[in-house]
Design a protein around this ligand. Structure first.
Ligand code: 13P
Ligand code: SF4
Length: 338
């Protein structure tokens, strides 16, 4: 087991940690639907904050206080003063917010919004692996359950995996879990040797190099930006590989006005909204021209409204798991500031 100390459930994050977050500009009231207006009113009444991942439906992103990647949303969860967090994302993300904020109510509009990648690393299998490798240093991608986080030395996201791996102790073997593509990419970029768990995201796994090559031929000169959960064959065709939040920066700064984007479809809304002068083309799989995460898309405006009306469904965790899982998350938040 890793050396976990008893955590204090509070975080000192300093002023530098929120740079990656984007405070949402308000949308003109005449453009809001009835549901969106109701959600914004309820949010005020209940002193709630809505945090939404970049893969959420456009109409949810438009009523969120913050939209971002897993890292940005973790920082935001750590600094909110709201009593209630409505987390529009998937289960492990809401769990992370709860671990950081044990005394707050954390709501997930649809409790079935799981993550297939997270499921590839059951806590019992990790416990068994650790029994066989007692000295191992566990880097757990944030896309894992609280029970897995509770056994990790440090958490990482796609936005900071390189930084986290570079800071890992030199004198211990490392295992990276559960995403093998992010793990391989992290290993290639940092030169750190790691044992890699065999897990993958079904959404990113199905982008193929063949379909991407065909699209590149139709748009000669258009750069490709890809999420590191994509396979190596796809990553090799990309001009830039990065987290969803970093895609915004790349697309804003790149001189090309047409950019091919290999990640989940929700990202297109943010890119098109925040960089209106450019054309974003979703990378195709072999069977479709834009790729949805069915789990992310389980959250709807109706469910967000219901959440705020009833203050359910709520994330609840075993206090001991919560206490243990807090340690590696806190280490990540501290380490990725450096
Ligand atoms: P980001 O942290 O890059 O937003 O990715 C989260 C995720 O689930 C990717 O599939
Ligand atoms: Fe999980 Fe993949 Fe969906 Fe991200 S896109 S939440 S990794 S299933």
């Amino acid at each position: 087991m890793s050396t976990q100390t008893s955590p204090s459930p509070s975080l000192s994050l300093g002023a530098t940690t929120v740079d990656c977050l984007n405070v949402r500009p308000g949308i003109p009231p005449q453009e809001l639907s009835r549901l969106q207006t109701s959600i914004l009113n309820l949010k005020k009444q209940k002193n709630a904050v809505i945090l939404a991942h970049n893969y959420q439906l456009p109409e949810i992103q438009d009523v969120a206080d913050f939209v971002g990647d897993s890292l940005g949303l973790s920082y935001q969860a750590a600094k909110t003063t709201a009593n209630t967090i409505v987390f529009c994302g998937v289960h492990f993300m809401a769990e992370t917010a709860k671990i950081i904020n044990p005394s707050k109510k954390v709501l997930l509009p649809d409790l079935n919004a799981e993550c297939s990648l997270s499921d590839t690393c059951p806590a019992e299998e990790l416990a068994e692996y650790k029994r066989r490798h007692p000295d191992v240093y566990v880097i757990a991608y944030i896309n894992c359950s609280a029970k897995v986080k509770a056994q990790a030395d440090i958490i990482c996201t796609s936005g900071n995996s390189l930084k986290i791996a570079r800071q890992a102790p030199e004198d211990r073997p490392i295992v990276f879990l559960p995403d093998e593509n992010l793990g391989q990419w992290t290993m290639e970029k940092t030169g750190r040797q790691m044992d890699i768990w065999h897990g993958a995201c079904h959404v990113h796994f199905i982008f193929t190099s063949e379909s991407l090559q065909r699209l590149k031929m139709k748009h000669p000169g258009a750069p490709v930006v890809a999420h590191p959960e994509c396979t190596r064959a796809v990553r090799l065709l990309a001009d830039h590989v990065c987290s969803t939040e970093a895609m915004l920066k790349f697309c804003r700064e790149h001189p090309s006005t047409t950019i091919i984007v290999a990640t989940e479809s929700g990202m297109m809304h943010r890119l098109r909204k925040e960089i209106p002068g450019k054309t974003f083309i979703p990378a195709p799989t072999n069977s479709c021209s834009c790729n949805d995460c069915g789990f992310m898309k389980m959250n709807t405006l109706e469910k967000v409204e219901h959440c705020l009306e009833t203050l359910t469904p709520e994330i609840s965790l075993d206090p001991e798991i919560q206490r243990l899982a807090f340690v590696p998350i806190q280490r990540m938040l501290e380490a990725s500031k450096a």
